[in-house]
Design a protein around this ligand. Structure first.
Ligand code: ADP
Ligand code: MG
Length: 226
């Protein structure tokens, strides 16, 4: 699938007892294929909700999420699971690596779900570890790696599937300034090289220099797109 991702009038309301929270309020945005976006906004402004709804991890209360021609909000759970495996990569602030698996095995995980054969999985995962500069750490467990190295593994895992769009939710939130700059360069470089769409949530407005567009969100509403 080689297409833009469109959010049309997306609203997400959480109910907490009697209270309703509009985590997203009539959001319209387009993520163009192959472009890099920064998503900024205060804590609680709806950034993670925007990623999760776009990735089909949560259902919108109203509105449409359209990948090319495909409506994410209309998919059932089974279809959604396949869709995510095929088209979406995720990078988390806390890396979310499986502690008992090696770096190589962690990177192989998305390919297991897709039924790729063992030999091919290992070869593809090794190529990705090489691409993120961790060729010599393939047999290390996450606890034997630094924070920056763990995030490199999770970047390799996000890209190994050839997803069309990668979402990174505060990927550098736990990293020092030097490592942050390295990780931004790595993620953006890989997105450019493989022509993938990349959406990065960040508090750090200096990082918008890496992006083609910066989307600012406040109280669940898009404040600006530049
Ligand atoms: P951000 O990622 O920008 O910090 P979130 O998208 O996590 O913000 O949250 C947006 C708003 O929605 C916040 O007010 C938050 O408290 C609320 N919220 C998020 N997830 C839930 C949930 N599962 N149930 C109820 N409220 C939620
Ligand atoms: Mg968040």
């Amino acid at each position: 699938m080689a297409d833009n991702v469109n959010l049309r009038h997306v609203t997400k309301i959480y109910r907490m007892g009697d209270e309703k929270i509009a985590a997203l309020n009539d959001v319209c945005v387009t993520f163009e294929k192959g472009k890099i976006y920064c998503l900024t906004g205060k804590s609680g402004s709806g950034k993670s909700t925007l990623l999760n709804v776009t990735a089909g991890l949560e259902k919108p209360s109203r509105g449409e999420i359209v990948f090319g021609e495909e409506h994410v909000e209309r998919m059932n759970e089974k279809r959604l699971a396949l869709f995510r495996q095929r088209y979406i990569g995720f990078i988390f602030q806390s890396y979310n690596l499986i502690p008992t698996l090696t770096a190589l095995e962690n990177v192989m995980m998305p390919l297991i779900f897709r039924g790729v054969r063992a030999r091919e999985r290992a070869a593809a995962a090794a190529r990705m570890l090489d691409a993120v500069g961790l060729k010599n750490r393939a047999r290390h467990k996450p606890s034997q790696l630094s924070g920056g190295q763990q995030q490199r593994v999770s970047i390799a895992r996000a890209f190994v599937n050839n997803p069309s769009i990668i979402f990174a939710d505060e990927p550098t939130g736990n990293l020092d300034t030097k490592t942050t700059v390295e990780m931004m360069g790595l993620m953006c470089g890989m997105a450019r090289e493989y022509a993938r769409t990349l959406v990065i949530v960040t508090h750090n407005t200096e990082l918008s220099g890496y992006a083609d567009g910066t989307i600012s969100i406040s109280d669940g509403r898009i404040e600006s797109i530049v």
